[in-house]
Design a protein. Structure first.
Length: 294
């Protein structure tokens, strides 16, 4: 059974999830959320009469703070952290990762993400593409799926995939959108990763932002269409060397219009989308993507 843990990021429900799965007598956690939501994580685990020390296996889709920021806290209580080979060095020594993010978020860093501490190298287990980890009979298959980030893994367990960000952001049954932050966003890689997900013929995707998707073919087709739409929307601004400060409000309005055209009119739902996938980050990421392509 898969239990969705709602981490109430920035006091919003259905914005960041973790997933709890029982494997025999042990528990496996997919995603940790940021350390800023760790008290909520503890409350969610308590619903199952668990504490962080009961979690011995943590699988990360990638090392961005909203997915992996609290991994060190689980490592402190004995968890093994499973992740992409490109991510391990940054969790073993998170100084560069943290300082890079702090330059972006500045005085909001602690409020948004909380602190990050190093994880002993012996507790970090890197997993190659299509390799499997078996925990008490539960087989967990790694699918290296770059595009959103070069260090992205989707994890297949039975007939479901914990998809991180490669399958996009979708609140409820509404529109799916692609999170496109710098520095790794690559449209072509992302398209290839979508094909990897399709070939697995899963019965459901579990999105960190947010929850279960069963209409997989339609979901992935919509995601790819919006990814290409956003990239092509951004290209003329890149070619004109438009300052990002001018692009951001225009892009926010564009995305808001798309969401509302898809029937998302509740201000709370629009806010959830913005918290889960800030428009300014996609501007920065897609502008960098076009710069690398040029």
């Amino acid at each position: 059974m898969i239990n969705i843990l709602d981490l109430h990021f920035l006091d919003s429900t259905e914005t960041i999830a973790s997933f709890l799965v029982k494997a025999g007598t042990e528990y496996v956690l997919f995603e940790t959320g940021p350390y800023s939501t760790f008290p909520q994580m503890e409350r969610e685990l308590a619903r199952f009469d668990l504490s962080p020390s009961d979690i011995k296996h943590v699988f990360l889709t990638h090392i961005h703070f909203d997915h992996a920021g609290a991994a060190w806290a689980f490592a402190k209580t004995g968890s093994t952290i499973y992740l992409h080979p490109h991510g391990a060095k940054h969790l073993a020594n998170p100084t560069r990762l943290y300082e890079s993010a702090k330059r972006i978020y500045q005085d909001k860093m602690e409020y948004l993400w909380g602190r990050m501490e190093q994880i002993p190298a012996e507790q970090l287990k890197v997993v190659d593409h299509e390799a499997s980890i078996v925990i008490n009979g539960l087989e967990i298959k790694a699918l290296h799926t770059p595009g959103h980030a070069i260090h992205h893994i989707a994890w297949k367990v039975g007939a479901v995939i914990f998809a991180g960000d490669v399958a996009g952001v979708r609140i409820g049954d509404a529109m799916v959108v692609p999170p496109c932050p710098p520095p790794d966003i690559n449209v072509e890689d992302w398209q290839r990763s979508i094909e990897i997900l399709k070939k697995e013929q899963a019965e459901a995707l579990y999105l960190t932002h947010f929850g279960k998707v069963e209409t997989i073919a339609e979901h992935l087709a919509e995601l790819e269409n919006i990814l290409l739409d956003w990239a092509n929307w951004m290209k003329p601004y890149f070619e004109a060397d438009t300052p990002q400060s001018e692009i951001v409000p225009k892009f926010q309005a564009y995305v808001s219009g798309q969401l509302q055209a898809a029937g998302i009119t509740d201000p709370a739902d629009l806010e959830r989308y913005e918290k889960a996938n800030p428009s300014w980050m996609s501007v920065a990421g897609l502008m960098r993507y076009w710069k690398k392509k040029s």
